[in-house]
Every structure is written in C-alpha cells, then in structure tokens.
Design a protein around this ligand. Structure first.
Ligand SMILES: Cc1cc2nc3c(=O)[nH]c(=O)nc-3n(C[C@H](O)[C@H](O)[C@H](O)COP(=O)(O)OP(=O)(O)OC[C@H]3O[C@@H](n4cnc5c(N)ncnc54)[C@H](O)[C@@H]3O)c2cc1C
Length: 511
C-alpha cells in the first residue's frame, strides 16, 4: 500500500522539466525541488537527512501543504509525509507512569482526520483542534495551528514528547524537564528498531522551540500526544450585534474579565465569534458560537445551521467563479452576502461527536484563503473596532470582503514563537474567495496595519510572508532570540534552512 501511495505521488510530481514539482493547497507557493520523495520508514528518513547534510543540501518535510505561506519549502530536497502515517506503540517501561491511558504515539505525517478516527475507535479524542482536519499532526503543530476557547492552547500544547532526526542523522527525543519519560528507564534506542539510537533531552526551552519549529530544526519522526476521553459537543449559534457583544456584561466583556460566559453552572468550553465587516440596517451583526462539552453520548444531529445551510455552502463552493464576478462587479452585494452567511449559520442546537463539530465542514473546500493575526486578549475591543474601520476604508477603495471575519480565542502558550506566546490571545481571521478583486491588498492592509499598531502576530501558516527579516519578528515574539539560538544549534550546517528562514534572514547558509 505504501508503495502504491509513493508511485501515485511520483506520478503527480514528474510534471515539470526537472522532474519534480510541488505546490501548496491554495496554490500560493510552488517549487521544483531537486528531489521530492516520501520516506516510508525512520530508516529511510535518517538516510535522506544524513545524505542531504553530506552533500551540503537543504532538506525539509512538508505536511499536507495547507499553509499559504512558504513555510514548508526548500528547493533542494523536499520530503512528503504521506508514508509516515501510522499509529505507533508506546514502550510503557520508559514512562514514569506506565498506566497512563491517554497517551498516543503517532508518526508525524498522520492526518488529523485519520488520527481522529483512530482516537474515536479507542474512546479518546483530541482536546481541541482547528476548523479543519486535512493537515498532518506535525504540519499543523509546527505553525501553531489552533482552535478556539481560552482553556486550550494551540494544538502544539497537546504534544508531550517528540522524536526528531537532526542533520547528522541522530534521533533526539525532546520533552519538557518534567517529561513523561523516566531517564533511569530510558534504553537509548528507538521503539521500532533497536539499532537506532535515541538521545533523550528533557529541556523546557528546547521543547518549546521544537514544537513550533516552522519546519526548521530537523524532521520530526513521531510525537506523543496527551489526548482527552471521547466527548460530544452541543453547538449553539446565536445572532447578535457588536453593541451587545462588547457591552458591559456582554460576551466579550465577560470573556476579557474572566467571568462566566453564561449565567448558571453550565459553561461553554469552546466558543468563537464571526462578524460582518459591514453594517446592514445600521447594525453590525455578530454570530456567537458556543460549544458545550459532554462525556455522555449525545444524540447526533444530521445538519448544522438553518435548513439548507450545508447545501448553500456546497453551492457556494461550486459557484465560486460566478460569485467572484458578481462580487467584483456589484460590490454593494457584499454586505448582504456576508449577512446571509451569518444568518444561515444560526442554530439553537447542533450535536455531534467533538471532532465533527470542530470541523467546520464543506466550506473548507472552497477555493478561498485566509490570513490571521493574533492580539493580546485585553486589546480585543480596540483591535476589532480598528478592523471595522479598515474594512470600511478598503470598501471605499473598491476592495470588499467576500466572507465573515472570524474571531477566535486561545490560551497563552509557552512555545517560543507561538502566536499566543505569553499572552491569552484573540485572533482575527480574514477569509477571501481566491481571485476576488484586491484580495491580497486586503490581507496586506490588515496585516501591516494591525502588526504596527497592535503588535499583532501573524499565524506562521496563514500569512503572506508578512515578516521580512528579523526586525519585526523580534519585536512581536519576545522569545525570538532564544528560538533562533535553538535553531542555530539544531541546524549548524544549514541543512534545515528554507525559504522561510531565508525570508527571516536567519538561514545558516543564506541563498
Ligand atoms: C482549509 C484550511 C483550514 C485551516 N484551518 C485552520 C484552523 O482552524 N486553525 C489554524 O490555526 N490554522 C488553520 N489552517 C492553517 C493550517 O492549519 C496550517 O497552515 C498548518 O500548518 C498546515 O498543516 P499541513 O499539514 O498542511 O503542513 P504544511 O503547511 O505542509 O507545513 C507546515 C509546516 O510544518 C512543517 N512540517 C511538516 N511536517 C514536518 C515534519 N515531520 N518535521 C518537521 N517539520 C514538518 C513544514 O516544514 C512547515 O514548516 C487552515 C488551513 C487551511 C488550508
């Protein structure tokens, strides 16, 4: 089976002059690397890395290619993860607590989709995830992919141990200083192959650098995740207005001040907002989504939103080209379209197993792309109102939104270059159908302005190369220098340099 996948990959890849071609999901980045290959074991992965280092070449691993930015790319050797997708055994003798039942060890290329169905079969679940499941687990975590709800950090916080191949082919197992592995019981070999040595390093700083590595510290072979028990969610989506949401005792006011979001004992663990960038009928609509967790099974609902919402989303996906033409030529329609999109999602109860609620569904297949900026939670109201102003200003310049803006909330993270590093974070996500007039200008205007005015941080996968050089990176990410030091130690020969490190001006062997 693994061979079949590889031949299919090669068939897709040999379409350019030098034989190899790779492009990301949103087709914003493409490359013709010297070599494009999919290692099918730790042994071949080690061989690839060692050989690249010996030849003075760069090597990186992509995930599923769902980052719009250049974060996965090198023009030398590009590894695909599609044959490193298995669930692995945990050697419990190595652990302080061999009885721990919620640990799951997987190869780095497993998709979140496959992982979810495995976890479900084991009565387990990811504690949180983003709105999509096509990414690989390490592709997602390496850029700081997140869901929403202030009890949860980005998905990288679910990793508690990782095994990574560094440039000389050695395998390191990196954990925090209070990691799960008991060094006294650690045999120093890989679980799957006793001939492969593994060096255990329990160091908080390195661990927090390697989890969000933007692919630049080595090739991750496997991770151990701390999962939750299987749970269900009830999702409630209510239409509201900005005035209500920001009012004293409103949703945002309560959230910022750490107050219960609902009156009574039952609280939503997950929640997010969406807004219409334009006022309709004098009001700016907001959609409040709250998700209530249950470890008891809930009856499964067939569809979310108003009757026909999925069909409508499907239709938008099918009709995106005519829709672009309509929005470009009749811009007055944009506020109404966005309003309709919010209204159609309102729902007084939609229940399902957790990961089917987190996944926002068919809209993920629209030919659209998104850009995200993260703010200190305490600045939420000012940042959102500034974002309204920018939306109006862009509209006057003839550039309109084609989708609601979403607002998500993530707990402060320890990962050194996480968007959420050191601060509870409010994240604005701007979504545009690919090809709408001025889409890039819209993204750039928001990103540049909000970075300069609020020190908002870009998502490493959902930005359009906002950061050029290290100046802004070191302003935005207080632990930037510490991350760069680890990057230099892990990558002394520039083996894991890539387009992103060239752009950030930190490559060991710049090109
Ligand atoms: C439809 C869609 C929905 C999305 N939804 C969300 C969302 O809800 N929340 C959110 O935060 N983001 C979201 N994103 C962004 C997405 O989660 C990130 O861009 C993520 O990084 C993509 O994962 P990937 O598997 O495609 O990895 P890629 O984009 O291919 O790679 C990402 C990074 O991981 C590195 N990498 C991958 N595997 C390895 C490995 N084994 N070892 C070392 N480095 C590795 C790559 O080198 C690269 O630096 C979405 C994107 C799309 C297109």
């Amino acid at each position: 089976m693994k061979k079949l996948v590889m031949y299919t990959l090669l068939a897709f890849s040999f379409s350019s002059l030098n034989g190899c071609y790779w492009e990301n999901f949103s087709k914003t980045e493409k490359v013709e690397p010297l070599r494009l290959t999919a290692p099918n074991s730790i042994e071949t992965l080690i061989d690839e890395v060692r050989s690249a280092t010996e030849k003075g070449l760069r090597i990186r691993m992509t995930g599923s290619g769902h980052s719009h930015s250049d974060v996965a790319i090198t023009e030398d050797i590009l590894l695909r993860p599609i044959q490193l997708i298995d669930v692995l055994e945990i050697d419990r003798q190595r652990l302080y607590d061999p009885e721990e039942t919620q640990l799951v060890r997987v190869e780095s290329g497993i998709t979140i989709r496959k992982l979810n169905s495995y976890l479900d079969s084991q009565g387990l679940a990811l504690p949180n995830m983003g709105g999509y499941d096509g990414q690989t687990i390490v592709g997602a975590t390496a850029t700081g992919t997140h869901g929403s709800g202030l009890q949860h950090g980005p998905m990288s916080s679910q990793i508690i141990s990782l095994q990574i191949v560094i440039d000389d082919g050695r395998v390191l197992q990196i954990e925090p200083s209070d990691g799960i592995t008991n060094p006294d019981n650690f045999p120093g070999i890989l679980e799957e192959n006793a001939d492969i040595g593994v060096e255990l390093i329990q160091n908080d700083s390195l661990f927090n650098a390697a989890k969000i590595s933007i692919g630049s510290m080595g090739i991750v072979y496997s991770v151990v995740l701390k999962t939750d028990k299987k749970f269900w969610l009830e999702e409630i989506r209510t239409l509201s207005s900005w005035e209500e949401v920001k009012a004293p005792d409103g949703f945002l006011d309560r959230l910022i001040h750490g107050l219960p979001l609902d009156d009574g004992d039952v609280q939503p663990e997950y929640y997010e907002l969406q807004y219409n960038p334009y006022k309709v009928g004098g009001e700016r609509s907001m959609l409040i989504t709250k998700r209530y967790k249950s470890y008891e099974s809930l009856p499964i609902d067939v569809d979310r939103g108003q009757p026909g919402t999925s069909q409508l989303s499907g239709l938008i996906t099918l009709l995106e080209k005519p829709l672009i033409w309509i929005v470009d030529n009749f811009q007055f329609i944009a506020p109404i379209l966005v309003e309709q999109s919010l209204k159609s999602q309102a729902d007084d109860s939609y229940k399902n197993v957790s990961y089917k609620i987190f996944n926002i569904g068919i809209v993920n297949h629209t030919d659209a792309y998104a850009m995200e900026m993260g703010f200190d939670l305490s600045e939420s109201i000012a940042a959102i109102e500034r974002s309204f102003e920018l939306g109006e200003q862009l509209k006057e310049d003839g550039i309109v939104h084609s989708a609601p803006v979403s607002i998500r909330f993530v707990k402060a993270a320890d990962e050194l270059i996480a968007m959420q590093q050191g601060r509870d974070t409010m994240i604005l996500e701007y979504i545009m159908i690919n090809g709408i007039k001025g889409d890039r200008e819209l993204f750039d205007t928001y990103a540049q302005t909000l970075m300069e005015e609020f020190h908002a941080r870009p998502h490493w996968g959902l930005d359009f190369k906002l950061l050029q050089g290290s100046e802004w990176a070191s302003i935005l990410f207080p632990e930037w220098e510490q991350w760069v030091q680890h990057y230099e130690t892990m990558n002394p020969n520039g083996t894991f340099d890539g387009w992103v490190t060239d752009r950030l001006d930190i490559s060991m062997n710049p090109r």
